[in-house]
Design a protein around this ligand. Structure first.
Ligand SMILES: [Mn+2]
Length: 351
């Protein structure tokens, strides 16, 4: 994706090349293939090259989008190839979020580099607005997530949080996809912890199910909260408050909106309960579930643009008692965002 745009930025900043290494998610972004160990060299002009061990060569050629694959079988060979590739480069763009000190030292030892310049901000800017192909992949990830979570809720007949997770995961496997993060199923008082990680017996009360898949490298992230047992009037009221807050957030999230204002629109709807909303309203999604880019949160000055994909996920948490969260994925458009996850949000009693 967007290699010509990255190269424009390199030339504007007088940089000779961008080097991305190993587990940096930007390797997948630009090269279309996930590798544990590799070096992606994108020169400011000309053809990008990827260095990897011999055993990965065929896969990179089959799955990846980089034509120039340079494989090696020994470290000495690798150094020689890289030295040749970098011999005329002096100012190199790198990503400080992922370049290890070890790799930074290595690059400087192998090539006549004068300066490593952080370009994490540029990478983030490029990735925030999705291409039409990325949008299609995110849309499909969301569609599948919707089907899986919807099925699980409509057939809800579980005794433990683990059984809920297993039911979700079996369907993910059947689709041939992966999880985009560890599924959260938090029932009863566990629901007060936004990132609860247990798998125990299902408790009565709200049950937060936060789940996402990774489809062809693209992530979804979706949460529904159902009620186990017999709800009281107060439970319904609290739930409807979160649902209304989410709708306010969805309505506010459109092209040109400032992230902090979108967050505030949802937060305000919680009224005197806004203190129980202890996290931001949302984040970008893409090749990472928390994708590059600003958060949709108080104080965030980021401006939403058409083609961005974000989550809108207000919640309320009552420590030791319960919690509620509703999360959907939204494609930013002019005028009005497009919901990518659509399963109903009506108060739902199960079991
Ligand atoms: Mn999320």
């Amino acid at each position: 994706m967007k290699i010509p745009e990255l190269q424009d930025g390199l030339r504007d900043a007088n940089l000779d090349a961008c080097i991305l290494m190993d587990t940096d998610p930007n390797v997948f972004y630009f090269a279309g293939v996930e590798l544990e160990r590799c070096t992606l060299v994108i020169p400011s002009k000309g053809e990008p090259a990827i260095l990897a061990v011999m055993l990965e060569e065929e896969r990179i050629k089959a799955d990846g989008s980089i034509g120039r694959v340079l494989s090696f079988s020994t470290a000495v060979e690798r150094d020689k190839i890289l030295r040749g590739l970098l011999k005329d480069f002096r100012r190199i763009a790198v990503n400080r979020d992922y370049l290890s000190l070890r790799n930074s030292d290595y690059l400087k030892s192998v090539a006549p580099i004068h300066e490593l310049v952080d370009c994490s901000g540029n990478l983030s800017m490029l990735r925030q607005v999705k291409t039409s192909r990325e949008i299609e992949l995110i849309r499909e990830a969301c569609r599948r997530t919707d089907v899986i979570l919807g099925k699980t809720i409509s057939q809800f007949d579980f005794r433990t949080e683990l059984e809920v997770k297993n039911h979700l995961h079996e369907q993910v496997i059947r689709f041939g996809d992966k999880l985009s993060f560890d599924t959260i199923v938090a029932s009863g008082k566990n629901a007060s912890m936004p990132h609860y990680s247990g798998s125990g017996k299902l408790q009565n009360g709200f049950c937060v199910i936060d789940f996402g898949i990774r489809h062809k490298g693209y992530c979804s992230d979706m949460t529904r909260t159902v009620y186990v047992g017999k709800p009281g009037r107060k439970d319904r009221e609290m739930y409807e408050l979160v649902r209304a807050a989410q709708q306010k957030g969805i309505d506010a999230a459109k092209d040109s909106a400032v992230a902090a204002d979108v967050d505030a629109a949802a937060r305000k709807a919680l009224g005197r309960h806004s203190g129980s909303f202890i996290h931001g309203l949302g984040h970008h999604i893409g090749i990472e579930v928390h994708d590059a880019g600003f958060r949709i949160a108080p104080g965030s000055k980021g401006v939403l643009k058409s083609g961005m994909a974000i989550t809108i996920e207000p919640g309320m948490y009552f420590p030791g008692k319960s919690g509620i969260r509703i999360e959907d994925d939204l494609l930013i458009r002019k005028g009005r965002g497009e919901l990518l996850t659509k399963y109903m949000r009506e108060f739902t009693v199960v079991g």
